[in-house]
Design a protein around this ligand. Structure first.
Ligand code: GLC
Ligand code: CA
Length: 550
C-alpha cells in the first residue's frame, strides 16, 4: 500500500493540460496521452480538478451532475480508460469533490426554484431583513453580496462563491446522504483519492451581519463541520484503507486542522491551508499590490509544520494550484535566475514534513501570463474584481496591474509541452491564451536535460521515497529571523538532514552555528557547495539539501 507520507501528488487542471480533438479545450484523453510524462516525474497520485457535467461558470467547480462527465472533457469510457492506464503505471487518481455548493443548473436547485419543499431544504434560503435587503451583509468570495434574491419566492439564497453556485445545506441529513452516495459511486470506479473543495465551510449556523469582515468568521470551521466529516468518512471513503483524502480549508485555524487531519480523528488524511500564500496580501485582501513578507512566510510555514507535527496531524505542502499565480513569477525571478530560483523554491517545499503537491507546469518553471488586455482573461473572480477595483476609484491601468499579478488565470494558461504552435497544447484555438514564452519554457526541452527544473523535481520526488527522514523525521527551523535565508533541520533517530535556501539574489554567508563535518550533499541547484566548518556560502537563489547518517 502506498504510504501517503512518502507520496507526491501531481495536480492536473484538465482543461489546460492537453487537448486531443482540437477544440481548444483539454480533455481526459489528453491526460491519458500524457501519463508517461507524469510517470517519468515519479509521482504517485494525480489530482484532477472537476470534469463533471457543468455549465463552467467557475470552470467546473459549479457541478450540475456529479455522476457524469462533461462532454467537453470526454465520456465515462475515457475516464475508465484513463483509470486503467494510470493503474498500469502505478499511478492513482484523486478526484475533486465540490460539496459546499452545486451549480444552479443542478436538478436539485431547479426543483427548489420550482417550489419543491424537499429540495428547497437542500439549499440555504432565507427571508430578507425587514427593509427587504439581504439576510446578512456577507460578501461573496468572488465579489458582491453572498445572497441572491428570488422574486417568485420573496427569499434569498446563499452563494459564498458565484451567484450560479448556491450553497448546500449540510444540516439537512438528506444532503449528507446524497454526497456520501456520490463518493461511493466514484469509489466503485476504483478512485483512490479525494480532494474536498472548501470543505470547512459546510457548517453554517450564525446568520449575522459582520461589521469586522466579509462574514467568513460566521461560516468558517462551523460548529458541526467535524461531525459531518467523521460521518462522511464512516459512510464512504473510510471504508477503504487505501484511499487518501485532502480537504481544502479556506481561512481555517490550525486548531481545527489538528482535528481535520489528525491521525486518529477519522476525518481526512491531510489539509491544504493557505495562510503561507497570503504573504503578498493585505490581511485577507488579495486585490492589492504589496511586496512579499518573507518573515511572515517563514513564521507561518514553520508554525504549521511544528504545530501539526506536535498534534499528530498531517499537512499537504505546496506553493501552487489552479487558484494561485505561478511560483517563479511570484516568489522567484523570471529573468536571469529563472532556473535557480524555481529549483530553490521547490527545495523549500519538498524537504518539509507533509505530502507535497506539484501543479502542472510548476515542474518546468512556467511563469505568469503575458496578457496585456483584460479581454484575454477568463476567470470570473478576476473579471468581477477588475470591475470592483474601478468602482473603488482605481484607474483601469492600476486595476489591470493588480489583476495581472494576482489573477487565477496565471496558473490556468495551457501546459507548455513543446516549441510547436500553442506550445503543443492544441491543434485548434486554445480556450485561453498560451504564454508566448513556450519556445523557451516547455516540457520537451527539459526531459533529457540533466540540469532542468523537471529533473530537479524528479530527484526531489525520488528522495522522499528513498529517505525515511524526509517522510517521517521531526522538523526544527533554524535561524528564523535571518533576513534572506530559510533553513531547517530534519531529525530522525541519529540521522540529520539540513535544508538551506537563499530566498534572494544577493550572495550571503550563513553561519549555521553547528559543526557541518560529515554532511554530504543530497541535492543542490549549483554544482558545488561551499561549506567551511559551521559556515555555508550561498550564491543567488542557492538551495541545498545536506545529509548526515549519524
Ligand atoms: C475552491 C477551488 C476554486 C473554486 C472555489 C469554489 O477554492 O479551488 O477554484 O473557484 O473553490 O468552488
Ligand atoms: Ca478537447
Amino acid at each position: 500500500m502506498t504510504d501517503f507520507r512518502k507520496s507526491t501528488v501531481y495536480q492536473i487542471y484538465p482543461r489546460s493540460f492537453y487537448d486531443t480533438n482540437g477544440d481548444g479545450f483539454g480533455d481526459l484523453k489528453g491526460v491519458t496521452a500524457k501519463l508517461d510524462y507524469i510517470k517519468e516525474l515519479g509521482v504517485d497520485y494525480i489530482w484532477m480538478t472537476p470534469f463533471f457535467v457543468s455549465p463552467q461558470y467557475d470552470n467546473g467547480y459549479d457541478v450540475e451532475d456529479y455522476y457524469n462527465i462533461d462532454p467537453r472533457y470526454g465520456t465515462m469510457e475515457d475516464f475508465e480508460e484513463l483509470s486503467r492506464e494510470a493503474q498500469k503505471r502505478g499511478i492513482k487518481l484523486m478526484l475533486d469533490m465540490v460539496f459546499n455548493h452545486t451549480s444552479s443548473n443542478h436538478e436539485w436547485f431547479q426543483k427548489a426554484l420550482a417550489g419543491d419543499e424537499r429540495y428547497k431544504n437542500y439549499y440555504i434560503f432565507k427571508k430578507g431583513k425587514e427593509d427587504g435587503s439581504a439576510p446578512t451583509n456577507w460578501e461573496s468570495k468572488f465579489g458582491g453580496s453572498a445572497w441572491e434574491y428570488v422574486p417568485e419566492m420573496d427569499e434569498y439564497y446563499l452563494h459564498l462563491f458565484h451567484v450560479k453556485q448556491p450553497d448546500l445545506n449540510w444540516d439537512n441529513p438528506k444532503v449528507r446522504k446524497e454526497v456520501q452516495k456520490v463518493v461511493r459511486f466514484w469509489m466503485s470506479k476504483g478512485v483512490k483519492g479525494f480532494r474536498f473543495d472548501v470543505v470547512n465551510l459546510i457548517s453554517k449556523d450564525k446568520f449575522e451581519d459582520d461589521f469586522e469582515g466579509d462574514g467568513r468568521r460566521f461560516y468558517t470551521d462551523g460548529p458541526n463541520v467535524h461531525q459531518y466529516l467523521k460521518e462522511l468518512n464512516a459512510e464512504s471513503f473510510g471504508q477503504d484503507a487505501e484511499i487518501i483524502t485532502v480537504g481544502e480549508m479556506s481561512s481555517t485555524s490550525m486548531e481545527n486542522c489538528f482535528e481535520y487531519a489528525g491521525e486518529d480523528s477519522h476525518e481526512l488524511s491531510m489539509v491544504f491551508s493557505f495562510h503561507h500564500l497570503k504573504v503578498d496580501f493585505m490581511g485577507n485582501e488579495k486585490w492589492v499590490l504589496v511586496p512579499t513578507d518573507f518573515q511572515k512566510l517563514k513564521d507561518i510555514l514553520f508554525s504549521w509544520q511544528i504545530g501539526m507535527a506536535k498534534n499528530h496531524a498531517w499537512n499537504a505542502v505546496f506553493w501552487c494550484n489552479h487558484d494561485q499565480p505561478r511560483l517563479v513569477s511570484r516568489f522567484g525571478d523570471e529573468g536571469k535566475y529563472w532556473k535557480k530560483s524555481a529549483k530553490m523554491l521547490a527545495t523549500i517545499i519538498h524537504g518539509l514534513r507533509g505530502t507535497p503537491y506539484i501543479y502542472q507546469g510548476e515542474e518546468i518553471g512556467m511563469t505568469n501570463t503575458d496578457f496585456t488586455d483584460i479581454s484575454q482573461f477568463r476567470d470570473v473572480e478576476s473579471l468581477n474584481h477588475y470591475e470592483i477595483l474601478q468602482q473603488k476609484g482605481l484607474s483601469k491601468e492600476d486595476a489591470f496591474r493588480i489583476i495581472q499579478i494576482h489573477s487565477r488565470d496565471n496558473g490556468r494558461t495551457p501546459m507548455q509541452w513543446n516549441g510547436e504552435n500553442y506550445g503543443g497544447f492544441t491543434k485548434g484555438m486554445p480556450w485561453i491564451g498560451v504564454n508566448e514564452n513556450y519556445t523557451k519554457i516547455n516540457a520537451q526541452s527539459q526531459l533529457h536535460d540533466e540540469t532542468s527544473i523537471f529533473n530537479y523535481y524528479k530527484k526531489l520526488v525520488a528522495l522522499r521515497k528513498e529517505l525515511d527522514i524526509i517522510a517521517y523525521g521531526d522538523i526544527r527551523p533554524l535561524d528564523v529571523r535571518h533576513p534572506s535565508i530559510i533553513a531547517y533541520e530534519r531529525i530522525y533517530g541519529e540521522e540529520k538532514m539540513l535544508v538551506v535556501c537563499n530566498f534572494y539574489k544577493t550572495e550571503v554567508v550563513w553561519d549555521s552555528g553547528m559543526d557541518l563535518k560529515g554532511f554530504e550533499t543530497l541535492l543542490g541547484n549549483y554544482s558545488e557547495q561551499k561549506i567551511e566548518e559551521s559556515k555555508i556560502s550561498l550564491k543567488p537563489y542557492e538551495a541545498m539539501m545536506l545529509y548526515r547518517k549519524r
